[in-house]
Design a protein around this ligand. Structure first.
Ligand SMILES: *Cc1c(COP(=O)(O)O)cnc(C)c1O
Ligand code: SF4
Length: 352
């Protein structure tokens, strides 16, 4: 038996037994979840554990992170590489789909493992850290590809790197003349805010434009600690954007989305993308149909500050890119446009 102080010390939960011990799943569920754990990583940080409302079986925080036996069922429409990264990989760790920007995936570890993750077949605590030589080759690729103006650090989560490795990468990218923008996509500010320390802020300091796109799906994820981490990043010269996934049970009401986007704005995080769910294996329980997503956003237009409005996108499974899904307020008819007023739904004719 572990002694009492060890039990009380908050730690990241990484396996079904730990989830049972923490009271997040029932003992009867453990056997099924052991099978989930054979396929998919799990991790719930102390910050996220503290956010979970154990009295609510449909808690929107728990739904995002607590594994479920439903993950063992893969539908015919689900793909292991739902955004087709593999065919667009010129060197290990790089995904180059658009002419002016490319992804750099220095590692595949994350602070938490989201149950709906589009890269769930590859992310995990011990996978995918590029060796020094591989990282050098990836950075050389950026230096040798002048059409690329923006390096997008993703993974996994780039803020899981040590500050030394992160600093090295930012320095190398900053020295490339044709790169104007360094962008990071991260869940660390909300899921493991204590990692945003002075060393990380110093590592992100560069004369290039730095954007950080924070992944959050529910207003409650913005804790006091997350607020502090975001403030540090902002004071460190980083422009903050938000990205969310439209998820059944988590943010599939106009109220939940309004609260999420308004909360982002109070932390000077500009909602950037609302993603339609990518069909990764075992994620069907999270899918909200596109028609419903468009309806939800339509309800928010007009009632919510324009700053709160994200672009609703689908990353096409064949690698054709991210396509905006609307909603549209205008359609062409003969030589005019019929435009819907977002305040009252009335239709207005606008001659071409
Ligand atoms: C999502 C993605 C980007 C970034 O796209 P933006 O629309 O600029 O946010 C870039 N490259 C790849 C391969 C992507 O999947
Ligand atoms: S943080 Fe992003 S990459 Fe990591 S598990 Fe969640 S969705 Fe996947």
């Amino acid at each position: 038996m572990p002694d009492a102080p060890q039990l009380l010390k908050p730690r990241t939960l990484r396996d079904p037994a730990a989830l049972v011990q923490a009271g997040l799943v029932s003992p009867e569920a453990q056997a099924g979840l052991e099978r989930v754990a054979e396929h998919y990583a799990m991790a719930i940080t102390p910050t996220v554990q503290a956010l979970i409302d154990r009295s609510n079986p449909r808690d929107p925080i728990a739904l995002q992170y607590v594994p479920n036996a439903a993950e063992l069922v893969t539908l015919p429409s689900e793909r292991s590489d739902p955004t087709s990264d593999a065919p667009f990989t010129p060197v290990k760790g790089v995904v180059h789909r658009y002419p002016d920007r490319a992804l750099l995936k220095p590692l595949l570890a994350c602070p938490v493992y989201c149950r709906f993750c589009f890269r769930r077949e590859v992310v995990g605590p011990d996978g995918g850290l590029l060796t020094e030589a591989e990282l050098d080759a990836a950075l050389d690729w950026f230096a040798a590809t002048p059409t690329v103006r923006e390096a997008i650090l993703t993974g996994g989560d780039p803020l899981m790197l040590s500050s030394r490795r992160l600093r090295h990468m930012i320095e190398r990218l900053s020295a490339v003349p044709h790169l104007d923008i360094i962008r990071l996509h991260s869940r660390v500010p909300v899921a493991a805010p204590e990692r945003i320390n002075d060393d990380i802020i110093a590592a992100l300091s560069t004369h290039k434009a730095v954007f950080l796109c924070v992944h959050a799906n529910h207003g409650r994820e913005f804790t006091a600690e997350a607020a502090q981490a975001l403030r540090r990043l902002r004071l460190g010269g980083v422009t903050l954007l938000g990205q969310s996934v439209l998820l059944r049970g988590v943010n599939d009401t106009a109220e939940a989305l309004e609260n999420l986007f308004r909360t982002m704005l109070t932390h000077q995080v500009k909602p950037y993308y609302l993603h339609q769910l990518d069909r990764a294996p075992g994620t069907a329980r999270f899918e909200v149909p596109i028609a419903e997503g468009r309806r939800l956003l339509r309800q928010l237009r007009g009632r919510l500050t324009g700053l709160a409005w994200p672009t609703y996108v689908l990353d096409l499974p064949d690698g054709s890119g991210k396509a905006p899904l609307g909603p549209d307020f205008a359609r062409q008819q003969d030589d005019a446009w019929l435009v819907e007023g977002p305040l009252d739904g009335t239709t207005h004719r606008h001659g071409d």
